[in-house]
Design a protein. Sequence first.
Length: 713
Amino acid sequence: MPTFRAIFKSFQSLQKSFTNSRISWLSFLENPSKSITSIAETTKICMQPSGKYVSVIVNHLKNQRVDDARDLFNEIPSPDVYLSTKIISSYVENFRLDEALELFDKMPVKDIVMWNLMIKGCVDCGNLEMGLRLFDEMPEKNVITWTTIINALLKYRMIEKANGLFWEMPVRDTAAWNAMVHGFFMNGRVEEATSLFEMIPDRNVISWTTMISGLDQHGRTYEALSIFRSMVAVGVKPASSTFACAITSCANVGNLCLGCQVHGHILKLGYAFDSYITASLVTFYANCKQIGECIQAFNEKLHPNVVVWTSLVTGYGINSRHEDAFRVFRNMIRVGIVPNQSSFTSALNSSREMEAVDWGKVIHGAAIKLGLETDLFVGNSLVVLYTKCGNIRDGVVAFREIADKNIVSWNSIIVGCAQHGCGEWALAFFSQMAKAGVDPDEITFTGLLNSCSHSGMLQKGRHFFKCLCQYASVQVKLEHYACMVDIFCRSGKLDEAEDLVKMMPMEANLSIWLALLSGCRAQSNVEVAERAARNIFTIDPHCSAAYVLLSNIYASSGRWTDAARVRRNMKKMGTLKQPGRSWLFHRGVRHTFLSGDKSHTSSEKIYRKLDWLGEKLKEHGYVSDQTFALHDVEEEQKEALLSCHSERLAISFALISTAEGSAITVMKNLRTCGDCHSAIKLIAKIVDREIILRDSSRFHHFRDGFCSCGDYW
């Protein structure tokens, strides 16, 4: 007759089998609470868990129920290394490093896999110090351990320590060599990367690809292509990433011949349908101005990859086919491709080049839907788009939306404010930039000096120029001197402007002398103008702007003989005057006008509107200033009347084509004349609209009879 102990053991075995089966079934039904209840029922009975417990825990981890898995894991008296490693891995994947370390420390037995996992987990979670401590404590290291910690050090730019550990490695595999080569490239140490590459005993395709990519990224593209040739010559079969790097190198130097050869290899080896290779081919052909081949590469197959679509958007932009770029951007959204930051940046750049703010607003709306309006690169592109297209307020809003601003962000808004004559805004943003701990660069000071110039802030300009000269990390460049000369000239201090040019440590260029010559126009200072013109003609005997400026300065001073002589010399040199041109963007089409232009399809309506405006201007006491007619007819080679200047034609077209009350934005390639400036102030009041005019000098915002420039431009 069986004893009581034997009966109890039989019952225990039966209960264990039943409970495990029940747990597996409940786990299959994904009912974690009942699974845990069942395992709890068995804890009163001392027994070792079977493989069924492992399957339940793994199922929890697979479904991201880490806490449930840990609760079940804690019920196991002596969990093995495999299960412990699984739990630690899930903690690390979810960035729960403290819990991973806590479990790791509790484990009595740790194999090399667990050590490597824990070290990599520390690095991935941003705790390099703990990773290094575990590396030092690890009893036995393999090549994976060494490579992991070396990659971590390289990631944190600790190149010397990484290099030291690399040479301490008992055995160096190819992955370790590749990591160090990549690390040297990451830290800009190209020569050391090249030397180390030559020392690799068994180079694999990753070794060659790392070398090609690294050299190309550091501007040594021809060497990168030479490495690619050597790779093919020694019989190493390129990977898809290798081809992508090689094609990118060909694109960067515009080597159409070699790029076509690489394309041939791609077709031969069957990589033609790889998305990243296709993206590289699209970029390559676009850079080489082969837009037909670019489109053909894209059309080889239907690409669901955003990188390929973005390459085509960018490619059209590179080739100044901005309308096509916008069309492709819309199509990619239409077919379900979600644009990324690069897609938005390329599309916004095309909108900016076309000065099509309406396109930009459509793209901006799409970015908002995806939550990308706060992205650094998208935000920077939006700031430049809006400020260049005359919408300074929208530019400020876009700037404020950027989550983490960099120097490009601050420079974009400061330069934008300068272009719009918002000097006080520019200075306020500079103050905020300083408080944010961002150091200024050359572009920052150019924007500040331009702000002072356009806003007539002489003393502020002096202050910033002095700061610039004392700022050790910023180099004073010719454009800074040109800005300062312009500030002096606009303030009527021609002598100080000329003295600054003479005292410059470098030789003055064309823009500086032109700034001085332009300043002489407002002051009618013939003497300084003649000296500036002589220097200009020494640099560029065919500078049309200098001939026109000097001729008009003579004419405004009553020296008609000298004015005629300058015009004869200009004709003798075969120098042509740049014609004045104005344009605006309406319903996806750019409309361009010349003075007295009657080629537009709506010319009859445009001129009727001009006549109406002329009558209204007279009612408001406007009288045209023939002094400006004399000045600007010569400068822009226009024989039409002042009322038919190109900017007035563009404004007239906008008035008959756009909704009442909406703002009008017009661009002009030359400086607007004083008479048109006076007329447009009144026109804005008459039609009760804001008129934004960008000329070669700045943006003018006309409202209610006033201009944002304060008649100072």
